[in-house]
Design a protein around this ligand. Structure first.
Ligand code: CP
Length: 335
């Protein structure tokens, strides 16, 4: 089965072809590649960009998108197997995935982590349950571990900005403070894709916020096999020094995972981890990136987000064309 779960399931050549396809889909009249085809969009969590851009991507390729909000306009769902379902969930993912496979040609899933136990969340249980039971391609619209559509849009943004190959260009993924412990999917996927494309990646974060060991191992393996570099620094000023791209994102700590009040103490300690004009002045005329939504003047200052260096709306725009390319790859007649 041809799923789209993580960029890590694809080679650099595959991903480069997807980016080329995405570029070719800009400024095009509506198409009919997906005529007669339906895509189910299953949201366990809120979304603005992903929801709207996926609906429009499917429609503009001639298909039909059906968006579902789990627990709101479709039944609350359980994904663990073998349970006596006496809780809030009225439907099992096993049944939902099988039924949606009868109606839809692909099923796209947004499922954030539960946020209580990393040992469970690292298995990406909701997405994996859909992959296990669906009879049609599954598209990851952000799971506990990965946000591949965002990462691909981000790499397209970088590639367009450098007018060529991202390899060897310097990107800093910087942790920023936030009132909540956010999921790791965006930083994991951005770091993964940056190393898949041979970029020089710096991850700037407090020591408690290092990415999962298994992700770091994959980044190092990518660097070994495909070039580029990866380093981790625990000082935000040093981390952004000389960067061509500063990618701001907050994420929760694995050290305090599921322990909200301890995590909050940490994040209060690091409340000056914020992208400011002063920090951007340390970069090599760096461009500011964020996947959005962003908490203004917490993660980054208005002056940075609203400055001409910011690429945040270009990143969001690129979601649409990248998703069209992925849909065409999975469901179109041309591969
Ligand atoms: N960047 C992103 O995935 O945005 P939404 O959460 O609004 O979909």
């Amino acid at each position: 089965m041809n799923h789209f779960v993580s960029t890590g399931d694809f080679t650099r050549a595959d991903l480069t072809r997807l980016l080329e396809s995405a570029r070719s889909l800009r400024h095009r009249a509506p198409r009919t590649d997906l005529a007669g085809k339906s895509v189910g969009l299953v949201f366990f969590n809120p979304s603005l960009r992903t929801r709207v851009s996926m609906e429009i991507a499917v429609t503009s390729l001639g298909g039909h998108a059906v968006a579902m909000d789990v627990g709101a306009n479709v039944w609350p769902m359980e994904w663990l197997e073998g349970l006596r379902m006496e809780g809030a969930a009225a439907e099992h993912v096993k049944d939902a995935a099988n039924v949606l496979s009868k109606y839809c040609d692909a099923i796209a899933i947004r499922s954030f982590p539960d946020g209580k136990d990393w040992k469970e969340d690292r298995l990406d249980p909701v997405l994996r349950a859909f992959v296990k039971h669906a009879k049609v391609p599954v598209i990851n619209m952000e799971s506990a571990l990965w946000h591949p559509l965002q990462a691909l849009a981000d790499i397209l943004t970088v590639a367009d900005e450098v007018k060529g190959d991202p390899a060897g260009h310097k990107i800093t993924l910087t942790w920023c403070t936030h009132p909540k412990a956010l999921p790791l999917a965006v930083p994991n996927s951005l770091a993964l894709a940056a190393t898949q494309f041979g970029m020089d990646l710096t991850i700037a974060c407090p020591v408690e916020y290092e990415l999962p060991e298994e992700v770091m191992s994959t980044l190092n393996a990518n660097v070994k096999s495909g070039g580029g570099s990866v380093r981790v620094v625990h000082d935000q000023d040093a981390g952004v020094e000389g960067a061509e791209f500063v990618y701001a994102k907050s994420w929760g700590s694995l050290r305090t995972y599921g322990r909200a009040s301890e995590g909050m103490r940490d994040r209060t300690r690091y409340r000056d981890w914020r992208v400011t004009e002063e920090r951007m002045a340390r970069t090599a005329n760096g461009r500011f990136m964020h996947c959005l939504p962003i908490r203004r003047n917490v993660v980054a200052d208005d002056a940075v987000i609203d400055s001409p260096t910011a690429l945040v709306y270009t990143q969001a725009a690129n979601r649409l064309v990248v998703q069209k390319a992925v849909l065409l790859k999975l469901l179109g007649n041309t591969k």
